[in-house]
Design a protein around this ligand. Structure first.
Ligand code: ATP
Ligand code: MG
Length: 576
């Protein structure tokens, strides 16, 4: 491609509305342009990278035995009624109505459509398993679209769906997709970690997210230094302590303390003269319309995902002031377990607590020296909190570490959730009708490209991994009006193209400095520079974007040299 013919609008200025580096650089490098909130166009350079990511995904999905299909973006509401998600999905689902007053949505995901296809086409166990995938446009009316294409409203997703006859088969399908994802992200040149993720009420560790290591990531992960445990912090379990209340101190008498307008854990602990870990927080929620209270230690953070899963609730919301008043008889800030009028749940970490501080369910009062049994009884202790710095690995007790990441992919065992709701059955070898067992597997195409930028850039711009670089090589004659340079460049350009190398030929009539800046900004892995002085000696320069390393080569050798690097870098990740 000749630069002079390309639509490649680079800019020096950092756009003010772009918060993260990848968003800034994608705009500055002329890869994307915003059409509306969370809706983007891809310009030629951006779309080249997207197509490369897609090609890697296709190769690996095909290798894993999945078959490519293409389903419609617009989906009839009837299917969503059948699965129950027309009601459940909420405002992220973009709904529309046609001229005949029929309801549709623009698919945020395709479980309903694919299940409908499979239930119509598959009758017996002999036709199973099947794994169908597509790369297709999704729409999710995200409450906060941000970070450019990282969290947009319209985006392209690779989504695959597996259908199996039994649990063993479903586990195999899951594993194949897991392995394919590892290959895909490795080939994209990413440093990532597969972590256990929340799988709603399905349970087990049958969901993994692939998180690209990046400080700007929206997801938190925790991993063990001793074993291979790794989980999204939302999912990470905390162990139940051994029961046994310390006998070192006495059980002191319950005591009411006047705490005027003292509400937060910090205020209460400072005022009473104890540590936050000696205070028990009472958090009141409404779960599917029912008020409940969850107790966690003052220095811990509640994990609402765990609470929701434990209660099997679809909607969990913090209680409003009037709901708190109804349950506790007092305004917000003074709730406690004693005498509260709703079911009480407590985190495991509270089991062995003694003489702790709680709210008094009375305005401006707290209670000191609360104790289990004597003052209040808890029916259910369970895991309701976020894992913390001082926790050990829930698997092996080893030391843990925290990191942040960008979720680029998600593999998920669905079980019979959709096959049951939508009656996707098959006849087994014993002639019995059985439910198909499903899995679903997603990758955000543009988010993967953006994550690569988050991970690999410097102050000059993007540093693309070879496999997903929009071009592998940029060819830069420093002065186009020097006929000798231009002619030499033309020759190398044709040679490289003949070797199947993606080359961008910067044939613009610009100063060398401008060309170099653009080359660095758009992040092409190799730059061939042709200057008059070197050329007089029959030499050209090849510079690596990532390291700045420069090699001098004889004209006749440059194509082989470049090709060798390109092939080596592509192979390094592709493996066998
Ligand atoms: P998130 O927690 O980031 O909202 P999700 O759990 O909703 O993601 P999935 O439904 O598992 O995402 O979708 C599969 C993949 O699609 C994600 O791993 C991610 O790469 C991509 N993806 C999801 N939402 C968006 C979005 N709004 N913009 C771009 N990519 C997205
Ligand atoms: Mg989401």
């Amino acid at each position: 491609m000749r630069y002079s013919e390309m639509l490649l609008p680079t800019t020096k200025e950092t756009p003010s509305d772009a918060e993260v580096t990848s968003h800034q650089l994608m705009l500055r490098a002329g890869m994307i342009r915003k059409l509306a909130g969370g809706i983007y166009s891809y310009l030629p350079l951006g779309y080249r990278t997207i197509k490369k990511v897609e090609a890697i995904i296709r190769e690996e999905m095909d290798r894993a035995g999945a078959q490519e299909i293409f389903m419609p973006a617009v989906q009839p509401s009837e299917l969503w009624q059948e699965s129950g998600r027309w009601q459940q999905y909420g405002k992220e689902l973009l709904r529309l109505r046609d001229r005949h007053n029929r309801d549709y949505c623009i698919g945020p995901t395709h479980e309903e459509v694919v299940t409908d296809i499979v239930r119509n086409e598959i009758q017996t166990y002999r036709q199973l398993p099947k794994n169908l995938y597509q790369i297709q446009t999704k729409f999710r009316d995200e409450i906060r679209p941000r970070f450019g294409v990282m969290r947009s409203r319209e985006f392209s997703m690779k989504d695959a769906y597996s259908f199996d006859a039994d649990e063993e088969g479903a586990a195999r399908s899951y594993e194949r997709m897991f392995d394919a994802y590892e290959r895909i992200f490795r080939r994209c040149g990413l440093s990532f970690r597969a972590v256990e993720a929340d799988s709603g009420n399905i349970g087990g560790s049958y969901s993994h997210e692939f998180l690209v290591n990046a400080a700007s990531g929206e997801d938190g992960m925790v991993y063990c230094l001793a074993c291979d445990y790794a989980a999204n912090t939302e999912k990470a379990e905390t162990a139940k302590p051994k029961e046994g209340i310390s006998s070192e101190s006495e059980f002191l008498p319950l005591e009411e303390v006047h705490t005027p307008d003292i509400r937060s854990i910090e205020e209460v602990s400072a005022f009473i003269g104890v540590k936050p870990r000696d205070v028990v927080k009472t958090l009141i929620y409404v779960a599917d319309g029912k008020t409940i209270a969850v107790l966690v230690r003052g220095d811990n953070e509640i994990n609402e995902t765990k609470v929701r899963n434990f209660l099997d609730a679809s909607i969990l919301e913090m209680a409003l002031d009037e709901e708190i008043m109804a349950a506790t008889g007092s305004p917000r800030g003074f709730a406690g377990p004693i005498g509260i009028k709703c079911p009480l749940y407590a985190d495991y970490s509270l089991i062995n607590m003694k003489n702790f501080v709680v709210g008094a369910n009375r305005e401006d009062y707290h209670l000191k020296n609360c104790n289990w049994g004597r003052d209040v009884t808890i029916d259910t202790f369970a895991d309701f909190r976020m894992i913390a710095d001082d926790d050990a690995c829930p698997r092996c007790g080893g030391e843990i570490r925290f990191a942040r990441g960008i979720e680029v992919g998600h593999v998920f065992k669905l079980g019979t959730k959709y096959s049951k709701a939508m009656n996707a059955t098959y006849l087994d070898s014993d002639g019995k009708e059985k439910l198909m067992i499903m899995g679903c597997y997603g990758i955000g195409v543009a988010r993967t490209a953006a994550a690569a930028i988050e991970q690999s850039h410097d102050e000059d711009g993007i540093i693309w991994p070879m496999a997903i670089a929009p071009f592998q090589v940029i060819l830069t004659p420093v002065n186009m009006s020097d006929e000798n340079l231009a002619l030499t460049a033309e020759g190398i350009y044709e040679e490289l193209r003949g070797q199947g190398i993606d080359v961008l030929y910067d044939d613009r009539d610009e100063r060398a400095g401008v060309k170099f800046k653009d080359a660095d900004l758009v992040g092409i892995p190799l730059r061939i520079t042709i200057g008059a002085k070197r050329l007089a000696e029959g030499l050209v320069e090849v510079r690596k974007r990532a390291t700045g390393e420069v090699s001098l080569l004889a004209l006749a050798e440059v194509t082989d040299f470049v090709k060798e690097i390109v092939v080596r870098e592509l192979d390094a990740f592709a493996g066998g």
